[in-house]
Write a new protein. Sequence first.
Length: 134
Amino acid sequence: MSLLQKICLVYVAVLLAAASLNYIPGLTDAEGLAFGIFALDIFDDALHVASALWALFAALWSKQSAKFFLIVFGALYLGDGVFGFFTGYGYLDLGIFTNASAGLSFTFLRLAANVPHLLLGGVALWAGLKLDRA
């Protein structure tokens, strides 16, 4: 198994963990916010699970599939995090289409909600483009 395929397996675990946040007692507050920061709905959970399944299939299929996943997933998630800073909503969950822009903000809540997408997307994109070139 190549390094890229192993990285995809890590993404499977991370994405499934993200999808499970609403279902672990104590991680959501009375308003349904995970860690008191952001709300995940069934659509967000489905996106995380679908992404995890995509990562799993890519990891098990081939090194090229893993590379493709990391590049495409990375670009999509990185872009979603950037949109989150500029508008308060991402495009993967269609938030930019269903909500008015909240404008650019670097508050703690905006950082906490978007940094995970920036990190997941940025690392995936970097890994897909730079690692395991041989």
